[in-house]
Ligand binder design. Structure first.
Ligand code: CTP
Ligand code: MN
Length: 585
């Protein structure tokens, strides 16, 4: 999402970012006001009267809830001051008194704005060619045959590069300076010193935009399926375009991504365009390269969940595994990564055209989490019934898990590995084996589960602070049977306390259904509750319940989507589904 990186070592950038204060950097350009833990202002990147631009000092990150821009201090300078990546880094390094690494000197001034301008002219040219050229008939027909509407083509600013060597050249580059600029922008190819020709010829053009909507490069597809030429031709790396940092469709999807808290990453231009048209709008594509750490890092700054979707062929599976390896070191407890491998060699585009968007949404819901994908893929390669296979399995998985950042997920996965290969988990944690514990299983794990289960957090707080019962809305009893650890127990206790808030712990226990009674371990619950500072109790409590409510909604939605797939929706179901999809955006 930045231009010309790669020449400055990543650790220099990281150490720069760890020293810089984004609040100071932005405040110098846009006066900020403190609001709660964040700082706010009217967004400098779009017109607005009430501030939706927010700067988070802890995360060292800005985000506009209005137009969707976001980034770190470097990104802010790139976008706001129209600097190149290297220039922004130099500026900050200068302010912090840090010495730039040798290789990081900026190139003699490539003027980014001029490059953006010529790319904008080219985009307009290609767009207009698609509409007017009689030669574009074939291209238009091809897009129609693939099911694309004019509205979609317009939204993505699709275009057409006519056949011939100099259509664009003669139209937008009259003088030598423009020609040179066009070469820098990746539009023209320079031959024998002063001869130039169009890079994109007789192709459908997919403009690639940066997150501010500026075109930074193009993908060009041949029309039809037979040609000696490669199917896609992309802009080369230029001062404003780096494939390993950019994602096709991000600009168009940014609001949908923010709304849905999840992003679908696919492989192709057509996949993005076709899915958006079908109503799955939180989608981006890597640009014919494998997914990189920069891609994942960037997406993780805006959403907690990435769903990778790959074709079901061998290449797709290989790409999925590469993405898994990239994600491991970035997968902290705040983020999730899922994998969806489409069956029958479909790609996302052909899948939605064949089965519909609702079916793909069901698949997305059921996508394997990264750990599940890791464990099942590796398990297929060994024989877990024999000791040799288990050793091999454990050795390999251990290497992958070791790359995860420290956290609950890592600990839990090592435990899961231990269980699978039937050894003491302490073996993987480098600790002495635990002494036998007397408490039941629920109790043993309750503390660690409380850290992840909102139901246990809510239960612990409710037991300890009985006045919270007054905050319980009646709808929480409908949360029973959600697939979240401890939810049934929480609902049962909540119901009892709502009816009689002054009841004793022993009386609650007596009133609980047999099956839940044994799990009601008051001492542990109080221990958990006391981890929460007093003034945060109510907020934590309501927050935990909100997570349960959201999960309930998700389950209802899953159910509806499944019915949609089986074509058994009632009218009431349809209405509800429509409402829920709208809410989700
Ligand atoms: N790609 C590329 N160069 C190629 C082939 C592919 O850059 N010669 C990139 C493009 O970004 C393309 C993506 O890889 O969108 C996925 O390629 P592929 O699955 O082959 O194409 P589709 O996107 O499915 O294209 P289409 O449906 O138009 O055939
Ligand atoms: Mn395709």
């Amino acid at each position: 999402m930045v231009d010309t990186p790669g020449r400055i070592p990543e650790d220099f950038i990281q150490s720069l970012l760890s020293r810089v204060d984004i609040v100071e950097v932005i405040n110098a350009a846009v006066p900020l006001r403190k609001a709660g833990t964040n700082y706010v202002a009217c967004c400098p990147f779009h017109n607005e009267k009430t501030p939706s631009f927010s700067v988070n000092k802890n995360k060292q990150f800005y985000h506009c809830f209005g137009c969707g821009v976001s980034g770190d201090a470097i990104q802010f300078l790139i976008e706001h001051n129209s600097l190149s990546f290297v220039e922004a880094v130099e500026l900050l390094a200068g302010q912090l008194g840090m010495q730039m690494p040798q290789s990081g000197q900026s190139e003699p001034s490539a003027d980014h704005n001029l490059i953006y301008n010529i790319l904008a002219e080219a985009t307009a040219f290609f767009e207009q060619q698609l509409r007017q050229q009689t030669l574009a008939k074939q291209a238009v027909q091809y897009l129609k045959d693939r099911g694309l509407t004019g509205i979609t083509a317009k939204a993505f600013r699709l275009g057409f590069a006519p056949p011939g060597w100099d259509n664009l050249l003669t139209s937008i580059a009259k003088d030598p300076k423009q020609k040179e600029l066009g070469v820098k922008a990746g539009l023209f190819v320079n031959r024998e010193g002063n001869k130039f020709y169009d890079r994109f010829r007789n192709r459908i053009i997919f403009p690639i935009r940066n997150r501010r909507g500026k075109v930074i490069g193009f993908g060009g597809r041949i029309i039809g399926s037979t040609s000696d030429e490669p199917k896609y031709l992309n802009s080369p790396e230029t001062p404003v375009f780096s494939k390993s940092h950019e994602l096709y469709g991000y600009y168009e999807a940014r609001q949908a991504i923010a709304r849905s808290n999840s992003v679908l990453v696919v492989e192709g231009y057509m996949d993005v365009v076709s899915l958006v048209q079908a109503g799955i709008t939180n989608v981006v594509a890597t640009l014919g390269t494998a997914c990189t750490e920069q891609h994942v890092q960037y997406l993780f700054k805006t959403v907690p969940e990435i769903i990778f979707c790959f074709d079901g062929d061998a290449a797709g599976k290989k790409a999925a595994w590469r993405s898994l390896e990239i994600c491991l070191s970035l997968l902290d407890d705040q983020h999730r990564v899922k994998f969806l491998i489409l069956r029958d060699n479909e790609d996302p585009d052909s899948y939605v055209r064949k089965y519909g968007a609702a079916a793909l949404q069901v698949e997305m819901k059921q996508a394997a989490s990264l750990p599940d994908f890791l464990f099942t893929t590796m398990a297929k390669q060994v024989d877990l019934d024999h000791i040799d296979g288990r050793v091999q399995f454990a050795t390999q998985i251990k290497q992958y898990l070791a790359k995860l950042p420290e956290g609950i997920l890592k600990t839990m996965l090592f435990d899961r590995l231990a269980q699978l290969v039937n050894v003491d988990p302490a073996l993987f944690h480098g600790k002495k084996p635990r002494a036998m514990q007397r408490r039941n299983e629920f109790s043993q794990s309750i503390i660690s589960k409380a850290l992840v289960s909102p139901a246990i957090r809510a239960l612990a707080l409710l037991i300890t602070y009985r006045e919270l019962a007054a905050d319980l809305a009646t709808d929480i009893f409908s949360l029973v049977s959600i697939d979240i650890f401890g939810c049934n127990l929480f609902c049962a206790v909540a119901e009892i306390l709502k009816a009689s808030p002054t009841i004793t712990d022993a009386e609650i226990k007596a009133l609980l259904p047999e099956a839940l009674r044994e799990n009601f371990v008051v001492m542990d619950l109080r221990g958990i509750a006391h981890i929460v500072p007093k003034q945060g109790v109510r907020e934590e409590f309501l927050g935990a319940i909100e997570i349960l409510r959201r999960r309930k909604k998700e389950l209802v939605m899953d159910d509806l989507l499944l019915k949609a797939k089986q074509n058994v929706l009632t009218d009431a179901d349809k209405l509800l589904l429509q409402q829920m999809l709208q809410e989700k955006g």
